[in-house]
Design a protein around this ligand. Structure first.
Ligand code: ADP
Length: 176
């Protein structure tokens, strides 16, 4: 599914965030220490190799809502943007902190003058944010900023399973 707003496409696809060869940057649902872990962080660090953690170490720790950028090492991308989402029920206000992740990731991508970025559903795995509420925050923030984007033309959401893809499709239709 693809929607175009102000000349920028928002695309939803099912897949593995560590296998998105057509995106200049992929976003990591990181932990504060910017280390490997489960879920997205595990997949990204495994595919990128140990040099990713080595490069990221100097920037750690980061706080919920923050984002930092590194090279992508053995991944088929140019950059990894590491976002620390809020832990649901703990880091508050969750919606603001999650929105900050998306906003800062877009800012970092624009600073690097790249045209495409792929996001996972930040905070919706181990961090427990309900998928529908998280999708609403993510799309609202991206649409709010979309007319200010200069180089970014493709914003892609990579959902791991069919259920999450369906939820995101429904929320995007509702918001637009
Ligand atoms: P967080 O700690 O921010 O909750 P997780 O990595 O646990 O991050 O999960 C975030 C979302 O990414 C979940 O919906 C999870 O199902 C999904 N996910 C897990 N592995 C991958 C992957 N390799 N590619 C894309 N999405 C993934």
């Amino acid at each position: 599914m693809k929607k175009i707003i102000s000349g920028v496409s928002i695309e939803l696809r099912q897949g593995d965030i560590s296998k998105q060869a057509d995106c200049a940057a992929v976003v990591n649902a990181a932990n504060a220490q910017l280390e490997t872990g489960g879920g997205v962080a595990g997949a990204i660090h495994r595919a990128a190799g140990p040099e990713l953690a080595q490069e990221a170490r100097a920037m750690a720790p980061i706080k919920p809502g923050e984002a930092v950028i590194t090279g992508a090492h053995n991944l088929p991308n140019l950059y990894v943007i590491h976002c620390l989402g809020p832990v649901y029920g703990q880091d508050k206000p969750e919606d603001k902190l999650l929105g900050n992740c998306y906003s800062k990731a877009l800012d970092l991508a624009e600073e690097k003058q790249i045209s495409s970025i792929a996001f996972p559903a930040i905070s919706t795995g181990i961090f427990g944010y309900p998928a529908e509420a998280a999708a609403k925050v993510a799309f609202t923030k991206i649409i709010e900023k979309i007319s200010t984007l200069k180089t970014l033309k493709n914003v892609i959401f990579v959902l791991y399973n069919q259920q999450d893809l369906d939820i995101h499709k429904r929320v995007l239709e509702q918001i637009m």
